[in-house]
Design a protein around this ligand. Structure first.
Ligand code: NAP
Length: 306
């Protein structure tokens, strides 16, 4: 069971929705959809998680919540089908093929992919949607597990405006911001910008904290002071003191960051961007994987400096 935290939901007409992928992110996101009054059918590859979700959110008054044995069956009556799995291949495996979501979707229904995947995959799925009379929006998220539990994620979307207008009010059950940034693939590209911004910053913060500790400074006190000046960042505010304390058993996993930086570096080759620091930090994360930190938080970069 994963806690979802109370939230005041905006009033929106209840919709029939499906949610595919009840991981760290999907489980609470689907929970917020149920709490906001939408009829939700969930699918998860490991069926025990789907049953646990149903046990947590269904009740005699909520007979509109269900779990399905395939993505196709989950999707078949839904106005909007959400998906939050792993990488490109995982998204393909739950959306395409005879048991994939597209095979069950009714005309005009929308598939929203919240996984962090490639922009090329988004364009590929958009073409599948167009050919089948359905719609597609790529909508990767930022905000992590806490953002999902609190229903306060940020969504970066790619797609067409009429489709976005239909899906956006439903997503506000678990989002605080949901913005259309351009045509299909734009959400994934924006998420890459987000990850590039974070990678270099975390290496800088790691070097700063390691330097301060080697210099014998009281680093929690130093972070409080510099956090009120130009060095302030989300990472400093939320991860600085845990980095000082050598605590990494939470947050956004190094394995996921390497997947995301792989997507970034592939896209950079295509669009001619030079990303020397990002490429270096990607290799630093490979070091962290080698010392057993695959599931540690991304702030564990500092481990290389100790
Ligand atoms: P997670 O906890 O590992 O869960 C992954 C989910 O996807 C599970 O439900 C898993 O099913 C399912 N799945 C994976 N491969 C599948 C396949 N081939 N077929 C069917 N189902 C499959 O991952 P997460 O942390 O929720 O992350 C999900 C997505 O959100 C990723 O793209 C990640 O990069 C992105 N994201 C994560 C965070 C974060 O802080 N965690 C933040 C922003 C974005 P099983 O239960 O059967 O394994």
């Amino acid at each position: 069971m994963q806690n979802i935290h109370p939230k005041t939901y905006e009033s929106t007409p209840p919709r029939k929705v499906a949610f595919i992928g009840l991981g760290v992110m999907g489980y609470p996101m689907a929970g917020h959809l149920a709490r906001a009054g939408h009829s939700v059918t969930v699918y998860n590859r490991t069926a025990t998680k789907a049953r646990a979700w149903l046990t947590e959110f269904a009740s005699p008054e909520r007979s509109d919540l269900a779990c399905a044995s395939t993505p196709r069956l989950a999707a078949q009556n839904a106005d909007v089908v959400f998906c939050c799995v792993g990488n490109d291949d995982d998204v393909r495996s739950v959306t395409l093929g005879t048991d994939g979501a597209f095979a069950g979707m009714q005309p005009n229904a929308i598939l929203v992919d919240h996984s962090t995947a490639s922009a090329q995959l988004a364009r590929e799925l958009d073409a599948v949607a167009q050919a089948s009379g359905t719609h597609f929006v790529d909508a990767p998220v930022s905000g992590g597990q806490a953002g999902a539990q609190n229903g306060l994620l940020t969504l970066m979307c790619g797609g067409d405006a009429p489709t976005f207008e239909r899906m956006q009010p439903v997503t506000m059950a678990y989002a605080r911001a949901c913005t259309l940034l351009g045509p299909s693939g734009s959400g994934q590209l924006a998420k890459m910008v987000n990850q590039i911004s974070i990678a270099g910053l975390l290496q800088g913060l790691s070097e700063a904290i390691a330097f301060g500790q080697n210099a014998g400074l009281d680093m929690p006190q130093v972070l409080d002071v510099i956090g009120k000046g130009a060095a302030q960042s989300w990472q400093l505010d939320n991860r600085g003191k845990t980095m000082v304390a050598d605590a990494f058993d939470f947050g956004f996993a190094v394995d996921w960051m390497r997947k995301d930086l792989g997507l970034v570096l592939d896209e950079a080759k295509r669009n001619g961007s030079r990303l020397p620091i990002t490429a270096l930090v990607d290799q630093f994360y490979a070091d962290i994987q080698r010392i057993g930190g695959q599931r540690w938080d991304t702030s564990s970069l500092i481990k290389r400096l100790r």
